[in-house]
Design a protein around this ligand. Structure first.
Ligand SMILES: [Zn+2]
Length: 312
């Protein structure tokens, strides 16, 4: 049977004038109007990142059909909806905070800015990821462009966790607060600039890419240890209150990364988790969970700051 790959080869040859073949019918809908789904062996190279997901691929869809495929079942459906619903969740939390929660706390304008900034970063991350998973099947160029956007979204999501945490943890030590916030902002900007390099998005750079994101996340250990030291160690009430939250956040990050890198569970049962339960879907859910955890921890430390004035 002719595979999609062979059809593409034929199409390329036809374009070069070697062969006069039927135009590739890739990405079209079938007679009932459903998007055609392909097996792994049939998809173009740029979509072939996970050999353990065997079925359910969309391929070379027009933009309008990519959007329409939101409401169709494919191996990207849960990836799309997990982060689209994540976006809606953080959007609702932002509106709720701006309209109800923050006014009830009688907080300062900077609290509005910091809390809103964190939630906007999460929303941006969710939307970038949603866009990538909707449009990655359109073409290789489109896939690469959205991959860059998706990666930028991860960096922005990470800084959305950092800024409220640093702002409230170092609320009373403004010099260190500003130093750490500035450092994290510069490092994030550095990763965003790096992501603009076309080479950065290639598979050859996969390990370096992952290492950069791990470094960007792990560097938060430095202000955490410094913060424990400045608060006179583990006996301080504030340290006892928030260190478990930071540990849980890092554990969630490790769980998310483990799914992302290991391709578990589909690695051990290829074809079983094509539509539901794949590693990338788990990575998406754990990322949303980590952002929710980060948000609620931020709310608690904000409340702590409202009820406890700085002792200088
Ligand atoms: Zn994703």
């Amino acid at each position: 049977m002719e595979t999609v790959k062979s059809r593409i080869t034929s199409q390329v040859k036809a374009a070069n004038g070697f062969l006069d073949v039927e135009i590739c019918n890739y990405g079209k809908t079938d007679y009932s109007g459903n998007v055609r789904l392909y097996d792994y062996r049939d998809i173009p190279n740029f979509l072939s990142g996970n050999p353990f997901i065997l079925r359910g691929y969309r391929a070379n869809l027009p933009i309008s059909t990519c959007i329409r495929s939101l409401f169709m079942w494919s191996n990207e459906t849960i990836n799309i909806w997990s982060h689209l619903l994540g976006f809606l969740l953080f959007f609702c939390l932002m509106i709720n905070d701006l309209v109800f929660t923050l006014p009830s706390y009688k907080t300062h304008v900077t609290d509005y800015i910091v809390i809103t900034f964190g939630l906007l970063c999460f929303q941006y991350c969710m939307l970038c990821s949603t866009g990538y998973h909707i449009f990655n099947c359109h073409s290789e160029k489109c896939c690469q462009w959205w991959l860059g956007i998706d990666m930028a979204g991860i960096s922005v999501g990470v800084i959305g966790c950092y800024i409220p945490a640093l702002y409230y943890a170092y609320y009373c030590i403004t010099i260190w607060r500003d130093i750490y916030m500035f450092t994290i902002a510069v490092l994030t900007l550095g990763t965003l600039i790096l992501q603009r390099e076309p080479e950065f998005k290639t598979r050859r750079w996969f390990k370096i890419r992952v290492l950069i994101y791990i470094a960007l996340t792990a560097i938060g250990v430095i202000p955490t240890i410094h913060w424990i030291y400045l608060n006179d160690g583990f006996n301080a009430f504030i340290v006892q209150l928030f260190i478990p939250k930071i540990i849980v956040l890092y554990l969630l990050g490790m769980v998310a990364l483990t799914f992302y890198l290991s391709k578990f569970p589909e690695r051990y049962y290829p074809g079983t988790f094509d539509m539901i339960g794949s590693s990338h879907q788990c990575w998406h859910f754990v990322v949303v969970l980590a952002f929710i955890w980060c948000y609620y921890s931020g709310q608690e430390i904000l409340l702590y700051r409202i009820h406890n004035t700085c002792i200088l």
